[in-house]
Design a protein around this ligand. Structure first.
Ligand code: ZN
Length: 232
């Protein structure tokens, strides 16, 4: 049976070779989306190993949280930037899922999720999601869920659409985001540890606005702020 499965996988590989999304090399059976070498060379922040890390300093005293981290370092024109671009704009959400699995595995080993009960991704307004076809943070959250066993909850929603924020300052972003998010099922997270997942944290405005909204709606929820990548 096993030999048969290997045989079929070899045939599939012959007609549709599996290649690394970043370097294009041929993937081994044990590899998924990226080769081991590309995974190893993605720069990690290792913030989760630092007490009051730079990401936590962005939120300390502003919104309540248990822990915060951004796992990969995001810089322009990097391999990671190209993977994030493909995940967001070129219809490769599977890249987000795979990166989410890696983040989940590495943080889980370090005990980052200790006390967490579930995961929720930063919601996207339905109109934007309909145009893009998917919300990339859902895929990152699914990858983290797969690696940690924590369930993904559909408890948050983007209650109104907002302008694209690329060229805005932190203050402009916060004004732009005010009233954007809503907790649609507060009872599901009362007294629980909730991991909020974002893609790239630049000014922190998105996580800050969302965490503030959750803290107001459900003061007993314990929040873990996690972005796939962070700018330094
Ligand atoms: Zn590669």
């Amino acid at each position: 049976m096993r030999a048969m499965r290997q045989f079929l996988s070899d045939i599939a590989d012959f007609f549709l070779p599996r290649t690394c999304h970043l370097c294009g090399c041929h993937l081994r059976d044990s590899e998924k989306t990226f080769c081991i070498r590309c995974i190893e060379t993605l720069p990690r922040s290792l913030y989760h190993l630092m007490p009051l890390n730079p990401m936590e300093r962005r939120f300390a005293g502003i919104v309540p949280f248990v822990r915060a981290t951004g796992h990969f370092i995001y810089s322009r024109n990097s391999e990671l930037a190209s993977a994030v671009h493909d995940m967001k704009y070129r219809k490769f959400p599977s890249v987000g899922k795979r990166l989410g699995e890696i983040v989940g595995e590495e943080l889980n080993m370090a005990g980052f999720f200790s006390g967490a009960d579930s995961i929720a991704s930063v919601p996207m307004h339905w109109w934007k999601e309909a145009r893009r076809g998917y919300n990339q943070t859902d895929y990152i959250a699914a990858g983290i869920s797969e690696a940690t066993g924590l369930p993904v909850l559909d408890v948050l929603e983007a209650s109104r659409s907002h302008k694209t924020q690329t060229a805005m300052t932190l203050e402009q972003r916060q004004a732009n985001l005010a009233g954007s998010f809503r907790v649609k099922d507060p009872s599901a997270i009362e007294g629980k540890g909730l991991v909020i997942v974002d893609d790239v944290c630049t000014t922190g405005a998105t996580l800050r606005t969302l965490a503030a909204e959750i803290a107001t709606a459900v003061p007993t929820a314990r929040l873990y702020l996690l972005s796939l990548a962070v700018t330094v």
